[in-house]
Design a protein around this ligand. Sequence first.
Ligand SMILES: *Cc1c(COP(=O)(O)O)cnc(C)c1O
Length: 372
Amino acid sequence: MTRPPRARAVLDSIPAYAPGRSAATGGVDASGAPVVEAVKLSSNEVAYPTDPAVVAAVASAAETLNRYPDTASAALVAELARKHGVDPAQIVATTGSVAALYHLLAAYCEPGDEVVYAWRSFEAYPIATLIPGATAVTVALDGDSRHDVDAMAAAVGDRTRIVLVCTPNNPTGPAVTADQLDRLVAAVPAHVVIVVDQAYGEFVTDPNTADGLALLARHRNIVVLRTLSKAWGLAGARLGYLVADAEVASAVRKVSLPFAVNTLAQVAALVSLADEDGMRARVALVVAERERVVPAVRALGFSVPDSQANFFWLPVGDDAVTLADHLDAGGVIARPFAGYGVRITVGLPEENDRVLAALATWSSLPGSSGPN
Ligand SMILES: *Cc1c(COP(=O)(O)O)cnc(C)c1O
């Protein structure tokens, strides 16, 4: 047999996106003992089940699945525009904000153009950069696992088309301050798109945090990414969006797949957005747990960067995989980044207690930053 047709060479360098592992489904182990279901704290979802009002609306909308969805998601976009105080022409709804990112890069990058972002940051950035043939220019986080915005500004060159800012940063947790983002925007030429990825924006409690939307009113090169996957609890519906200058939004719409955002996702999002108080209440519980758990983890001897999100970061370096295996044995599925650290989602109180119990019994390898 001859070999199948070859895909573009650039795909050889694209890492496959590694999703957080799923929880075990129960059952019994080899000795017949019941398997304690592991808690999934590897994908930064919220633990609360889907709101019954959303379930009912989706069930009812399912009766019209013979029809294509509204390709513009007009009702949803109108609601998001009202919420953010912008024109509907400035919003594009997509299948998760990752799709908005992919579309934006496809619309703005020619092969060889450069995309500047901090590292370590969101796993999707290198993939989204490589697909259109752009080149990643990564800038190391500072010693507190924060964006080094001055070094990022200095990394912008003639071929830079896009700068990606992840705030709060996944997987490390700190948010970019308002001053830092102001400095970056002032230092970067206006023809460079500055993406402010605020996937975890609802969990931020530090008042001195950057707000991309506030800058968009004055700078036409700002693009804000938001999602309903995290605080809004709709990760399974795949609904995100970008807010940008209307011309930028129009370019992104041109490369978007037609009818990508399906009817059920649109309905789920609209019904969820109507209950902002419910979202705020769930976020408050997560934040209260974050404020309980992070100091407790530090008291165990781990150094944990500030987290403004619904997860926290253990920068254990070469112990990352070992520590994740240890958590696994304690019934906790966390997210290791080999050679860097482990990210753990803040879950329900009893789930977080399981995390604390497992971390308390970890004996790190010699020379690591964890407790012995
Ligand atoms: C989870 C996450 C997103 C959201 O992804 P969706 O495609 O909207 O589910 C975007 N950016 C970052 C940094 C994230 O961690």
